[in-house]
Design a binder for this molecule. Sequence first.
Ligand SMILES: [Zn+2]
Length: 135
Amino acid sequence: MSSRRYKYHKTSSICDWKNSGVISDDFDKLYEKHMSINNCQLCNIEFNKDIMMERRCLDHDHKTGLYRQTICHKCNIQFDKQKYKNNKTGYINIYFEKSRNRYRYDKKINGKKVCKRFQTLEEAVDFKNKFENKF
Ligand SMILES: [Zn+2]
């Protein structure tokens, strides 16, 4: 692979990661690690050796922003769907915290993060309605 191609791929990958909320204190190192993985860490499919055809996706923890694993495009889509399914309450910005059996309202308004927890979905929806009507 030519060094120009490599440099372009690296710059655009890192830019994409930053835009999607990935946090790292060394993006160069993260890129090297990501590119050194040759098989999807979920389904084990081999990534394409052509850098422009490769389907590596960086999976990160949406709460902390930290790198989790390198997976293929297909798994990434499945994974997102699964995450959505697990969280689905039918209401935008309301999530179900399965491990604690409670609901969470989570929204960013004017750069400020609002996060509140409730025992029941009804309470969460009630809060959401009252709260969002203010804006
Ligand atoms: Zn995969």
